[in-house]
Design a protein around this ligand. Structure first.
Ligand code: FES
Length: 87
């Protein structure tokens, strides 16, 4: 489990084990773009301001993954206790 902190809204959204980050956001009434939900299309990509994502998608390039400036909430998770995202 980890936590998403939404920089622009100033709220925190917990992401339990077994629930995607995208689903946790939707459950909190946060509208995000979703399409494939399998880490393929890139529709859901969100900017990361702080924290390290655990990238599980095949959309971002290796360089993008290494930079840790964005992640795909449909399938990726966090390697740090929280991710601060620009949302
Ligand atoms: Fe397609 Fe997340 S919805 S990569």
């Amino acid at each position: 489990a980890f936590e998403l902190r939404l920089a622009r809204r100033g709220i925190r959204v917990p992401v339990p084990v077994g629930v995607s980050a995208a689903q946790a956001l939707l459950d909190h009434g946060i509208e995000i773009a979703l399409s494939c939900e399998q880490g393929v299309c890139g529709a859901c990509v969100l900017p990361v301001l702080e924290g390290i994502p655990e990238h599980r998608d095949v959309f971002l390039s290796s360089a993008e993954k290494a930079a840790n400036r964005c992640f795909t909430p449909c399938c990726s998770r966090a390697a740090t206790p929280h991710l601060l995202i620009d949302l």
